[in-house]
Design a protein around this ligand. Sequence first.
Ligand code: BTN
Length: 245
Amino acid sequence: MKHDKAIRNISYIKSVTSTNDIAKKSSEAEAVFVADEQTAGKGSKGRSWQSRKGNGLYMSFLVRPRIEADQIPGITLMVAVVVCNAIERVCGTKATIKWPNDVLIEGKKVAGILTESIFGDDGVERVVCGIGINTNQRFSGELKGKAASLKIRKKSQKMLLCNKVVSSFFKEYDAYLGNGLKFFMPEFRQRSAISGVVTIVEPNTQSTGELVGFDDMGAIIIDIDGEKRRFIAGEISLRGENGYV
Ligand code: BTN
């Protein structure tokens, strides 16, 4: 299905547990769910995502791509590029990416992406990609140095941001299905906020090395004592020398 026409299947909901959860349960072929607030917003690695009304844009995309499981992390990287572009176009603020799923402004996290998938007998059945963007929030304490928020003056600007994310998502999703992640990696690399020594945190081990770059499958490559190691996005955290990244 090509998305050259405006997608009509968008549901705006006042309050929901999590837009990812309703997207996962939906019987639609493709859909977008946008909520004013989430009562049980989910972040990555089992964390929660604070989703009070007026404090963010909370949205999830449901798609059914015919792809292999190892191509799913690539959707998150593609969406990170989409979110950066939408923020820049609507708010005029430069955005960068902390591999694989964080969008930053001046080194602080402004948005996160949570991609979840459901598998059937024939492999990938559906993919739900949730996006949370902080708006009009003030942070204190530890969060002040780590989190950022977009200043949204009018409701219409938030709608504009939402519409921009929706239209670019489907445009880029078509490009992703047609050309693969390779097509996005040059922009992803350009927008990457990470440099120098990084630590990859896996459930049972940590690996520290110098960042080499990202391959065309979206994996991160680290030089550990002269040996190049490749890590794919998944249950991995990344820590850098400087501040948040
Ligand atoms: C992260 O931890 O960085 C990912 C955060 C993803 C939050 C969004 S908000 C909309 C969607 N619904 C959820 O419950 N989570 C995602």
